[in-house]
Design a protein around this ligand. Sequence first.
Ligand SMILES: [Ca+2]
Ligand SMILES: [Ca+2]
Length: 302
Amino acid sequence: MNHRLRIISVFVFIAILGLAVFSAPEPQQATANDYSDHFPILAYAEIITDPDSGEAGRIDILRQDLGNGQLSHDFVYNDPRRALFNGGNAGVTYAVNTGFQSADANLNDQVFWMYDSILIWNAEACADLTLSENAIAPGTPGVVKRFFDTGVINLDWVADLTQVGFLSAADFSYFAQNPNVLGVTFTLFWADANGTTDIDNNGKADVAFREIYYNDQFEWADNGLEGVQPSGPRIFDFPTVAIHEAGHGVSAAHFGTIARQDGVLIAHPRTIMNAIYGGTLRDLTGHDHASTCANWAQWPQR
Ligand SMILES: [Ca+2]
Ligand SMILES: [Ca+2]
C-alpha cells in the first residue's frame, strides 16, 4: 500500500564531485600488497534537500530505486589502507564528534541520536557488521570540511565513518554553496594512478572513509516537533535524517518508487532509505532490514 507523504524534502543522489587534490607519486614497482601510492579522493555526496527551496527539478524528480539497496561502493574487509587510519581494525569503525552541536531549542539529545543512528544499523541481528567506536577529540574539524577550506585532503581521519555534527553555512562552504542541503554523507574512495580501486574485486569501489554533516541553518528537533509550525521556522526531525544518512554510512542505497499522485509525492514501499523525506521515521523497515542483511551478512566474505 502506498503511503502519502507530506513532502518536506527530497533526497538527491548526486554524482561525482571529482575533487581529487593529490597528485599521485611516480608509479613504483608495485607488489600485490603495495598500496603506498594509493590516496583518497572525494567521490560522492549523498544529500537531503529542502524542497521549499524551489530548486529546479528537485521536487519533481520521479525515480525508482529498486536495486538491491546497496551502494556501488563499499568498505573492504581487512583493508590495509584503512587500517592505517582506523587503529588497525579489520572491520568498520565509527566516531561521533561531540564538538559541533546545534543550539536549536527542540533538539534535546543530538549526541544520543548521532550514536543511535549508527547503532540501529549495527544492531541488525542478521549482519556481521560489528561496528566499533574510535575516539575523536571533540571539535576536530572534519576532513571534508578542511578540504572545502583548504583544497587539501588531510590524511588524519580516525574512523571509517564519522558523525561530524552540525555546521552552519558560515562554517562550512559546502552548505554555503548548497544552501538547501539539510544533511550530507560524503564518501571518499581509494584511488591510485589509474583511478578508483577495487582490490577485493567485488565490483564495488573501495571506500576510504565517510563523513556525515548536518546543516544548522535549518531548525531541528528530536522531541517530536516537526513540519510547518504555526509561526516560526519549519522544523525537521533530526533522528529521521540521521538514521538515513548513517544508512548511507554503512553502504545502504536509496530504495523505493517515488511518484507524484494528485500533486502529492508518494513513496512505495516506505523505507528509511526512500529517496524522499516524508516525516518522522525512526525504525528500520522490512526493506531496510533486507538490504542491510544482504550486504553485511556476507561480511567479511564478500
Ligand atoms: Ca571493492
Ligand atoms: Ca539550527
